[in-house]
Design a protein around this ligand. Structure first.
Ligand code: PRT
Ligand code: ZN
Length: 285
């Protein structure tokens, strides 16, 4: 039987969300004893638990068919892989940052300066494009302390909230690229594996489509139905069912939580009662 092999981060910021995404797709993963390989009983899927840095290489070599990894690692490793889908979590940017008291005006500041980073490939490409000549100091962790210990004049690193920069007296001066978790695939997947990947992507789509949407049920007097339905954005057209109590109906529809709070008061003003808001797990449009 054909099995799709997916690489996910073993331990780190992406691990929980990657497995969580599979769970939402009704794919539960049982981890083996050595915790390097997991299997699923709900889908022909094998999970390889790896360091995120290794995922692009494993996928390019076809050891894993697909992988969930940060776009930053995909850009840095620059392997022969296909970006299949952006997943919308682990969002961050990779930026240049300089000491807060620097007289920074524009990129030319970096000429002749030392920049510490774990992303030398992305940085070199950017500097070449901008015709800036700097010295890249490649280090694997705690990049943000490099300027204070005299190892570099500035850094190029991942920024999310920005608080790491602030607590190290640095300021972000240039966003070079944005990143989020993505699915990558090996080129030339077999037809059988492509079908399994398509099936997985379809499940992910139904989960993502449901996000933020709520199923709403409410009771309304029949003479107010028209006005209340006008207030409801809905999917196509709401379902209206008669209640046992004469002159009343039950309205069912789907509303995004963004819109829900804006219409709730108006619904009540128009006589809606017994409003229920229910989470939606999956939506197939
Ligand atoms: O052990 P392994 O090699 O697998 O993991 P890792 O330590 O290399 O990576 P990990 O788990 O820290 O991050 C995995 C991925 O999460 C990264 O490759 C990014 O795609 C993504 N991501 C999202 C982040 C962040 N946000 C993030 N904030 N990765 C790291 N950070 C760090 C950053 O390095 C800096 O030290 O958080 C700090 C900045 O955060 P703020 O909020 O203070 O700005
Ligand atoms: Zn890593």
């Amino acid at each position: 039987m054909t099995v799709l092999k997916i690489a996910v981060q073993k331990e780190g910021r992406l691990s929980e969300k990657s497995l969580g995404l599979l769970t939402e797709c009704d794919i539960s993963v049982v981890q083996g004893k050595r915790k390097l390989i997991g299997t699923s009983v709900d889908y022909p899927l094998e999970v390889l638990f790896l360091r995120d840095d290794d995922i692009p290489q494993y996928v390019a070599d076809g050891v894993a068919d697909i992988g969930i990894v940060g776009e930053n690692e995909v850009l840095e490793k620059d392997k022969n892989v296909i970006l299949v889908k952006r997943l919308g979590f682990a969002k961050c940017r990779i930026s240049l940052a300089v000491p807060q008291d620097s007289d920074y005006k524009d990129l030319s500041w970096f000429n002749g300066k030392r920049i510490a980073t774990s992303y030398p490939h992305i940085l070199q490409k950017f500097l070449d494009e901008k015709k800036i000549k700097s010295k890249i100091e490649e280090i694997s962790g705690s990049v943000e302390i490099a300027p204070s210990i005299g190892l570099a004049d500035s850094i190029f690193d991942i920024v999310s909230s920005g608080s790491t920069l602030v607590s190290n007296r640095l300021k972000e001066v240039e966003v070079v690229t944005q990143s989020e978790a993505v699915i990558i695939a090996t080129p030339n997947l077999s037809k059988e594996k492509q079908t399994l990947l398509d099936g997985l992507l379809f499940r992910i789509k139904t989960v993502q489509q449901s996000q933020g949407n709520k199923y709403i049920l409410l009771n309304a007097p029949n003479e107010k139905l028209g006005e209340i339905i006008k207030l409801l954005p809905g999917m196509k057209s709401p379902t209206v069912l008669p209640l046992y109590l004469e002159g009343w109906s039950s309205i069912h529809t789907v509303v995004h939580e963004r819109e829900f709070w804006g219409i709730i008061d108006k619904l009540k003003e128009h006589g809606a009662e017994g409003i229920l808001v229910i989470p939606i797990e999956k939506m197939i449009l």
